[in-house]
Design a protein around this ligand. Structure first.
Ligand code: GLC
Length: 448
């Protein structure tokens, strides 16, 4: 292997010893954050414990993620069972770009309220409430009081930071004059939705994580300091920093909308993996290790490569890498590629995807070390998101990294894929509040 490729491989490698030391640091940032000391982890209280499994009924959930907005009618049947009765999904990439700084808060929330309205008008009445999954860092000041701390995932919509998104949504719903408007019961983060969905029928679910457009994790803190009660805490782990980086990570961060922030997310999540890949491949092309030094325009345009492109490339297991050739032609307008060009492309995608899953695994170990230092009992780590679900080899690499760092104890940790977590989780949270099975809005004054 030429030196430059070997060097690249080494700079993206995250060997087990490095993961162990990341886990130790992650644990101490959790503990600093919990104690109110300075920490890169925001440790945002959710004011929610976990469901009993007895939550039932018809709920609406609204979900604003990194890529789509969805409104869904969900019937909860208890103990992990539910039916999705109907859904409205809109990609944030189609039509007006509500993520842009040119869009005002009321426009974004009126668009979201319209989605809820479409669903509620098609099926009027009968809902016990609405849960809103807002997949950004916000301070939970009440179940429906959620103040956005900052945008992430390159969102820039004007007039939302510092505002109560529960109120913005409620106002937008009210101004639509829905006949029997569903009452907003709760705002949750998508990681919280993932953990709620898993714990709807699994008492051992202690960690919920998203590996999708964004990356973040929450966990069930057995002794939330203010209340002394169990509470789910959103770590906003995407902001974990001080990691060994490559020049590509540094460049991506410099050019991003929030330099210096969300450093882990920028190395792990689907929003950014394609761009790291583009920067690495551009470097290889410039140095003559791919496509003979002539730089196709495609590789010069920021964010031209996505994590879906990486998945397409990684999925090609044919001997001549015919799928990679087709990708070069159709996506990058590169009509002549050698086998070596294609192998270099695929090998680079693999290094970047592997590093992503290994870093995520290290943070999970950090949480487990905090929860159960001797690792003496069983824990479920629930994961949702397109990277984990769809990127070839991703889930297997994550499992491999966990078994390297947990050794013989890895049998005590189950990684469980959870589907539709943002929607189902919001319905479960709304049901927990309807049934009064959860914490009051003033932690410290009531128990779960
Ligand atoms: C970003 C958001 C976080 C969310 C994650 C996954 O990291 O800051 O709140 O959970 O994306 O969607």
């Amino acid at each position: 292997m030429p030196d430059i490729l070997a060097g690249l491989k080494q700079s993206f490698a995250a060997p087990a010893a490095q993961l162990q030391s990341i886990a130790v640091r992650f644990q101490s940032e959790i503990e600093d954050g919990l104690a109110g000391n300075s920490s890169s982890l925001k440790m945002l209280r959710s004011l929610l414990g976990v469901p009993t499994g007895g939550e039932k009924g018809d709920f609406l959930s609204l979900d604003l993620g990194g890529t789509n907005a969805r409104a869904v009618w969900i019937k909860l049947l208890g103990n992990g069972r539910y039916i999705q009765k109907q859904r409205e999904v809109i990609s944030l990439n189609s039509g007006r770009d509500y993520r842009s700084e040119l869009v005002q808060a009321h426009e974004l929330f009126s668009f979201l309220a319209e989605l809820v309205e479409q669903l509620a008008r098609a099926n009027p009445g009968g809902y016990e409430g609405l849960g809103f999954t807002f997949s950004f860092p916000y301070r939970q000041l009440g179940h429906t009081r959620a103040e956005l701390v900052q945008w992430t995932k390159e969102f820039r919509t004007a007039g939302v930071v510092g505002k109560n998104v529960g109120q913005l949504l409620q106002d937008a719903l009210t101004s639509r004059n829905l006949p029997a408007g569903p009452e907003l019961k709760v705002v949750i983060n998508d990681t919280v939705g993932t953990l709620l969905t898993a714990s709807y029928n699994d008492r051992d679910a202690h960690v919920g994580s998203i590996l999708g457009t964004g990356h973040n994790t929450c966990y069930l803190e057995p002794h939330e300091p203010d209340s002394g009660e169990p509470m789910i805490i959103n770590l906003e782990s995407g902001n974990f920093g001080n990691l060994p980086i490559t020049p590509f990570d540094a460049e991506l961060d410099r050019e991003s909308g929030n330099p210096g922030q969300q450093r882990l997310e920028k190395m792990v999540s689907g929003k950014y993996l394609g761009e790291i890949f583009r920067l690495a491949v551009r470097h290889l092309i410039r140095h003559g290790f791919c496509l003979g030094q002539s730089m196709p325009q495609f590789f010069d345009a920021p964010y031209s490569l996505s994590s879906e492109d990486m998945s397409t490339i990684l999925a090609d297991t044919s001997a001549p890498l015919a799928g990679v050739r087709a990708w070069f032609e159709q996506q990058a307008a590169v009509f002549t590629s050698t086998y070596s060009d294609r192998a270099v492309l695929k090998g680079t995608a693999l290094m970047i995807a592997q590093r992503s899953s290994r870093l995520a695994a290290a943070t999970y170990l950090g949480i487990l070390r905090h929860l159960d230092p001797e690792l003496g009992r069983h824990h479920t780590i629930a994961i949702d998101g397109s990277l984990y679900e769809k990127m070839p080899g991703y889930a297997a690499n994550l499992a491999q990294a966990l078994s390297e760092i947990l050794g013989g104890k890895s049998a005590l940790v189950t990684v469980k894929p959870v589907h539709d977590a943002s929607q189902v989780g919001a319905a479960i949270a709304a049901a927990m509040l309807s049934a009064g099975t959860t914490q009051s809005e003033n932690p410290g004054t009531s128990s779960i």
